[in-house]
Design a protein around this ligand. Structure first.
Ligand code: PMT
Length: 218
């Protein structure tokens, strides 16, 4: 049985990839399936929270009891996240947000040209850094770090630079975990603790992550 550790709390989670349009039929994206973020949303409901799930395009059913807000681009996700964060007790950024988008989205389908094509990309807003920077009604802010090398160093760098309260680091270079897998392993870094969670199903892992967050709230 799961304890109602988050009764009366509001939890907002981002999940899945973002899609950055190039033209009406093409986009830049990544391999996030949404499974990790959706598992966190279900775990939040199981622990008694009111849960908002801001979701990029994924092929998953909405967990029972969750309010889902669909978005495509990082800019849309940013807008919804900043709208919901101030009324949330906890914000978890599990989405794999594109760091860059096309400087211009072509209005018509781009025509095949010469042998090379150069795209100009511009930086997207950093959603979780903007949530963590809220001066009023700032939620407890938890990020994820997807790394392929020096996992602890890069994750702790993101914890500090984005001014987060906690970061959940996954090594996405290991087969059978991370992007699009049913399983994952994480190390949770906060400013005063480190907790490693071994490889397991994302739904079980999500309960452990939410429990770790709930412990920090009190
Ligand atoms: O969706 P699944 O297939 O289940 O896979 C899960 C996952 C691997 C996507 C997930 O566990 C994960 O690691 N999510 C974060 C992926 C990521 O984009 O990490 P990052 O290290 O690039 O970003 C660090 C943090 O900043 C993340 O909390 C991210 O949401 C946030 N970010 C990044 C860029 C940006 N412009 N805005 C952000 O808020």
């Amino acid at each position: 049985t799961v304890q109602p550790l988050l009764a009366g709390k509001t939890l907002t989670i981002t999940a899945g990839p973002t899609r950055e349009a190039l033209d009406p039929v093409r986009y830049i994206s990544n391999h996030s399936s949404g499974k990790m973020g959706y598992a966190l949303a279900a775990a939040g409901v199981a622990m008694g929270a009111t849960v908002n799930l801001i979701s990029g395009p994924v092929n998953l059913p909405t967990p029972v009891g969750v309010t889902r807000i669909n978005v495509q681009s990082a800019q849309q996700m940013h807008q919804q996240a900043l709208a919901l964060a101030p009324s949330s007790d906890i914000f978890i950024g599990c989405a794999a947000v594109a760091d860059y988008r096309a400087a211009d989205i072509a209005e018509q389908k781009m025509k095949k040209q010469g042998d090379e094509l150069t795209l100009t990309l511009v930086k997207n807003p950093d959603i979780i850094a903007d949530v963590a920077a809220l001066s009023e009604n700032r939620p407890f802010t938890v990020g994820f770090a997807a790394e392929t090398q020096d996992v602890a160093t890069y994750a702790q760098g993101k914890l500090k630079n984005k001014k987060l309260d906690m970061i959940c680091a996954n090594d996405v270079s290991v087969q059978g975990q991370g992007f699009n897998s049913d399983n994952n392993a994480l190390t949770l870094f906060s400013h005063d603790s480190t907790q490693s969670i071994a490889l397991m199903k994302k739904d079980k892992l999500a309960l452990t992550v939410i429990e770790a967050i709930a412990t920090k709230l009190v």
